[in-house]
Design a protein around this ligand. Structure first.
Ligand code: TA6
Length: 301
């Protein structure tokens, strides 16, 4: 792991981007520009916060998140890669893959002419747990912080055989009260209902929340909108290179079992995850590249 002094001398940007160490021992990137502030942990390439100036936080970070080496962070934008959910055959492999608990390396930092700040990371192949993923693959992550938050997850098959990737930007969004919001954009879509034995169902109208919701919507590339009247805003989730959308709120019982959502934390968050999961996993032939990208924006209502 590169030390802070070297990181700041090589990649720091005066007044806009600096590297710090969190008390839990993680190296954090702190970004602040004319539009917004953000924080990213190098472990997991984990965007933890994004807060446009004169707005409430858009990305939710659990007040009880445990920042520690090798532990996934509750909240923010966990990167699920190279599989989503439990591994298809190895029960001892980590849920949602290893990318979110592995150190990422800094490739570049840029203060753009439009005032946005860009951070490029890569997951060094040397950091792959070989027994979990023995396939030569490169993966880069481009985070652009401005009046929108743009993220690109770029995977390339650099090996001799085809590979199949499951992936998601497992984003936690900050809401007033999950019981008072709705998620638009999935009307008519088919989904696997994980709280009803993965039964395939069809969405009718907006998604609302009055109990645990854990749904994998398949074959959908549309934008989603989180409508939050109590905060007089809606959050638009635009995506490309993603054919699945996962919507999740653990509700009371599961939240209490998880232990890192904070008191009634489940009320303050909703996950709307841009993904390629289940029947939408991505197969890359040798040399092929795939990009999953999102753009988050906030609109007053
Ligand atoms: O995306 C929803 C989900 O797959 C849920 O089933 C729940 O497990 C959630 O992810 C959180 O998973 P994690 O491993 O971060 O606790």
């Amino acid at each position: 792991m590169t030390d802070l002094k070297t990181l700041n001398s090589q990649f720091g940007i005066a007044n806009h981007l600096l590297f710090e160490t969190d008390p839990g021992g993680l190296t954090l990137v702190k970004i602040d520009n004319d539009f917004a502030s953000a924080s990213i942990a190098l472990q997991g390439g984990h965007v933890m916060t994004w807060t446009p100036h004169n707005a409430e936080a858009v990305i939710w970070l659990s007040p009880a998140a445990k920042l520690a080496p090798g532990k996934s962070i509750r909240g923010g934008v966990p990167i699920c890669w190279p599989w989503f959910g439990p591994h298809e055959s190895q029960t001892d492999f980590p849920a949602h893959g290893f990318a979110r608990t592995t150190p990422w390396d800094v490739v570049s930092t840029t203060q753009r002419d439009d005032g946005a700040t860009q951070l490029v990371l890569k997951l060094a192949t040397a950091n792959f747990p070989a027994q979990q993923w023995p396939h030569p693959t490169t993966v880069q992550y481009v985070v652009t912080v401005g009046d929108t938050l743009e993220i690109e997850l770029v995977s390339q098959n650099t090996g001799p055989g085809a590979i199949t990737l499951g992936e998601a930007l497992h984003t936690y969004f900050n809401v007033s009260d999950v019981r008072e919001i709705s998620v638009d954009g999935l009307d008519g879509c088919h989904y696997l209902d994980k709280v009803d034995d993965f039964t395939q169902k069809q969405q009718s109208g907006p998604v609302t929340f009055s109990s645990e919701v854990d749904r994998v919507y398949v074959n959908t590339s549309t934008d989603c909108i989180i409508r939050d009247p109590a905060m007089s805003r809606q959050i638009r989730i635009a995506k490309s290179g993603s054919n699945s959308t996962v919507v999740w709120n653990p509700w009371i019982e599961k939240a209490n079992k998880m232990g890192d959502l904070g008191d009634n934390g489940y009320l303050k968050m909703v996950c709307v995850e841009s993904a390629n999961a289940d029947e939408n996993v991505v197969t890359l032939q040798p040399g092929e590249q795939h990009t999953l990208s999102v753009r988050y924006s906030v609109e007053q209502i």
